[in-house]
Design a protein around this ligand. Structure first.
Ligand code: PHE
Length: 455
């Protein structure tokens, strides 16, 4: 394998910012709040924290440990641990590439919505996003539908930034971007949250969000969702965290970084949940509709319900609309760049070709696929791919990595390494998690996904 001098982060904080930047993404803003609300409210925190301690933190430490010990992108790190494991590094790296192709499209919608926010040009029809002119959905996967020019321009802009940042490299590109975007993002979120919880009706939203429904704690699906969220949210099983930690200096506090990343991401999710439900409470109260009718997630929340809320807020709604969509774009961009880096680094390490060339090729390839998604037909494929990756690929990769590292490469090898470079040590509990607990939980999750598919 050709060896190049490995780039490094400029500082430990730079690395943490980049890792948290990757973790904090659309999932924190539009997935977590609804998940908390619909899975037992305050009671959901039990499975959620359980998942963080039994799978999130153990796997994050595993990924950081692998990247740092073997000093390579995911395939190279696994290959260095044992030639026969290289494929297990390629799988998540390729998944990263696929996710990147559609994550960019969602961001391009958000960019468009920043501009629409200026005069609340989404109109009064709540479903205009889906059925109006915006998406230009075709009648089926093989009807091309129209090219959606605003989305096309958004995609072009996102891919350009993505290219530029990764082209500039670790310290000069990714670290710089995160050092600017992450603090700005936190600032904006704090403003939105403060406004959200002081709106009339916010108390209704927050009460409903946190009121515990203890019966949910007994429901296995709730636990599965908690694990799924923790995985997705910490950007695990994508090769990202392995790659990012490979750019750390030899002496770096891996154990501490693991906890910092996990808790920062967790705090962020919590904060957005409070803001989102404050705002939803306002919407329900001001329109005189039940909260269940406005509480939703993902695309429906960001592009259907929130635009209506901003309209209902009057002139201030313009400001909040702009801030909210900027938030989505910033949170998404830092995640997007991490996906591009995970894939590009894998190819750079394998071929020895320069970063500049590989990033340019990867971006051109990804961009062409994204442009296809910008047609109505592309959206049908996007749905299928997204569901497949979330239900299977992430879980299977997490499962295989915990088994391979736990049982074959040796959990103790990684733990000894991270303890040697860190200030505080991680106990034997971590090995037990990686070898027994995490795989058991993941097998259960996988089984459930397959059963759901069949039924
Ligand atoms: N962690 C991101 C989120 O919460 C999602 C993501 C996963 C981004 C994997 C990049 C890679 O939205």
């Amino acid at each position: 394998m050709p060896e190049q001098k490995r780039e490094q982060w400029g500082s430990k904080m730079g690395f943490i910012f980049a890792a948290v930047g990757s973790a904090v993404g659309l999932g924190n803003i539009w997935r977590y709040p609804y998940l908390l609300y619909s899975n037992g409210g305050g009671a959901f925190l039990i499975p959620y924290f359980f998942a963080i301690f039994t799978a999130g933190i153990p796997l994050l430490l595993l990924e950081y440990g692998m990247g740092h010990k073997f000093r390579g992108s995911t395939p190279l790190s696994f290959a260095r641990a044992g030639k026969k494991w290289e494929w297990l590094g390629w799988w998540p790296s390729i998944t990263s590439f696929i996710i990147m192709t559609y994550y960019t499209m969602i961001l391009s919608w958000a960019i468009n919505y920043i501009f629409l926010s200026f005069n609340q040009a989404w109109g009064s029809d709540a479903n205009a996003f889906f059925f109006g002119d915006f998406l230009k959905l075709s009648d089926g996967p093989f009807e091309l539908g129209g090219m959606n020019w605003p989305v096309f321009f958004g995609i072009t802009a996102i891919w350009f930034i993505n290219w530029f940042v990764c082209y500039k490299g670790i310290k000069g590109g990714i670290e710089k971007l995160n050092k600017i975007l992450l603090p700005t993002l936190i600032g904006i979120i704090v403003i939105i949250v403060i406004r959200g919880i002081t709106l009339p009706g916010a108390a209704l939203g927050l009460n409903t969000l946190f009121t515990p429904d203890w019966s949910k704690v007994m429901d296995p699906m709730v636990w599965i969702r908690a694990y799924g969220q923790v995985f997705f949210s910490l950007s695990l099983a994508m090769g990202i965290m392995v790659t990012y930690s490979s750019y750390l200096p030899k002496k770096s506090d891996i154990n501490n970084s693991t906890f910092m990343t996990a808790f920062a991401n967790c705090g962020f999710e919590f904060l957005t949940a409070i803001g989102v439900f404050g705002i939803l409470g306002f919407m329900a109260t001001s329109q005189g509709i039940p909260l269940e009718e406005v509480a939703t997630e993902s695309i429906g929340l960001a592009f259907v319900v929130f635009p209506q809320v901003f309209s209902a807020m009057g002139p201030l709604g313009t400001v909040f609309g702009i801030l909210f969509f900027i938030c989505l774009v910033f949170a998404g961009l830092t995640s997007c760049v991490s996906l591009t880096e995970a894939f590009s680094a894998a190819v750079i390490d394998k071929t020895g070709v320069s970063r500049k060339k590989i990033v340019t090729f990867a971006v051109l390839g990804g961009y062409s696929i994204s442009v296809f998604y910008a047609t109505g037909a592309g959206l049908y494929f996007l749905d299928i791919i997204d569901a497949f990756i979330n239900s299977y690929s992430i879980v299977v990769v997490g499962l295989l990595q915990s088994i391979v590292v736990g049982w074959f490469i040796g959990a103790h090898v990684i733990r000894e390494h991270t303890n040697a470079v860190s200030i505080f040590s991680v106990g034997k509990w971590w090995e037990i998690m990686v070898k027994f607990v995490t795989p058991t939980v993941l097998i259960f999750m996988l089984g459930q996904s397959i059963i759901n598919e069949i039924i």
